[in-house]
Design a protein around this ligand. Structure first.
Ligand SMILES: C[S@@+](CC[C@H](N)C(=O)[O-])C[C@H]1O[C@@H](n2cnc3c(N)ncnc32)[C@H](O)[C@@H]1O
Length: 338
């Protein structure tokens, strides 16, 4: 379920990166209890984490050691989800008065971030029972069980929530995992459960307009190829997900989302795009990248250059309602339901 498909990491580098981040766990907006990182070794893998051994073992039961660092970083590095999310919604909503839905909550990392932002009530939904079970454990570990609720819904299209129920719906690293043919229905359903004036936050989703697929295959031009060709090319280059079928690649997130695609599901007459300040958008992207397990200095430098380039171009397109995020590999956008 990670954003970092194809990433390989040794236990040692997991420790190195995590150690650099001791201060990152910090305190949260809601609970002032400090979460202290300590070195935990289990099943021969060492991680610096504030989570219990039981939690880490539970995650390891469903994911490989390579993904463990990413899963823990999602909540233990503030720059990964928490801070970008906080800046994205700053001034747009008062969490203390709001009910939020974490659509595709997975193992609860993004739900924890909503809880930490002080939302009055948060409901995380996901089709995967084992993910929801871990999400519940995670909420306990953060002392947020009274605020966060989780539901496993095998079909998120038939949700039990009445129309206009939520002030905010978050799709964090989710839309790319929904087959393109089903995205319209899902976004229509999300639109239904949102209140008028409510926010839809799309964050951490691969941008289909960006030429490099950094999410699933780590290959150039994959986003521009027809789906079958992209999967065949990925297989040829040794990238295999599941049994290597097109459906497996789609479930893994090979098909990102474009602004135009989102706009076709969320028409202007029903959803206004809230344009975040360009400096924040660039900062989010760099923060999220830095919070992830190591990608190397050259890649980091290329990302900074990309942000600088986007910051030069973006102001010219802003009056046309085109946000800076469309120049970056990942989309971060907020839509307000009219
Ligand atoms: C990369 S995970 C993101 C989890 C979480 N939002 C986070 O940021 O940590 C993607 C999640 O999307 C969920 N998902 C896939 N298809 C979905 C659908 N149709 N409706 C809701 N969630 C879905 C998957 O089960 C998975 O847990």
């Amino acid at each position: 379920m990670s954003n970092f498909a194809g990433e390989e990491q040794s236990g040692q580098s997991i420790v190195r990166r995590a150690t650099m981040d001791v201060a990152a766990a910090g305190t949260c907006t809601r609970s002032k209890r400090k979460r202290r990182l300590r070195c935990l070794t289990t099943r021969g893998i060492s991680v610096n984490t504030s989570y219990s051994e039981r939690f880490v073992e539970r995650v390891l039961a469903v994911t490989s050691p390579q993904w463990l660092a990413d899963e823990l970083a999602r909540t233990e590095r503030r720059g990964y989800i928490f801070e970008p999310l906080r800046n994205l919604i700053a001034g747009l909503i008062d969490p203390a008065e709001a009910t939020a839905c974490d659509f595709g909550c997975g193992r609860g990392a993004s739900t924890i971030c909503l809880g930490r932002l002080g939302f009055q009530r948060v409901i995380g939904i996901d089709p995967k029972p084992e993910a929801v079970e871990i999400a519940k454990m995670r909420a306990q570990e953060w002392g947020l069980s009274s605020v966060l609720q989780f539901e496993c819904l095998p079909d998120t299209l038939s949700s039990p929530f009445p129309s206009g129920h939520f002030d905010l719906v978050l799709c964090n690293a989710v839309l790319e995992h929904i087959p393109p043919s089903k995205r319209r229905e899902h976004l229509t359903e999300i639109g239904r459960v949102l209140k008028h004036g409510g926010l839809l936050v799309v964050n951490g989703t691969p941008n289909r307009w960006f030429a490099f697929d950094g999410h699933t295959t780590k290959l150039w031009l994959v986003p521009y190829m027809p789906l079958r060709m992209a999967c065949a090319y990925a297989r040829l280059r040794g990238r295999v997900w599941g049994s290597g079928t097109v459906d497996d690649f789609v479930a893994a997130g090979i098909r990102g989302v474009s602004l135009l695609e989102l706009r076709s599901y969320l028409p202007k007459k029903s959803f206004a795009l809230e344009l975040a300040p360009d400096r924040w958008v660039g900062q989010h992207y760099l923060q999220t990248s830095a919070a992830r397990p190591d990608e190397g200095r050259l890649v980091d430098a290329a990302k900074v250059l990309l942000v600088r380039f986007a910051q030069v171009i973006a102001p010219a397109l802003r009056p046309m309602g085109i946000p800076m995020t469309v120049f970056l590999p990942q989309l971060s956008m907020v839509f307000r339901k009219r």
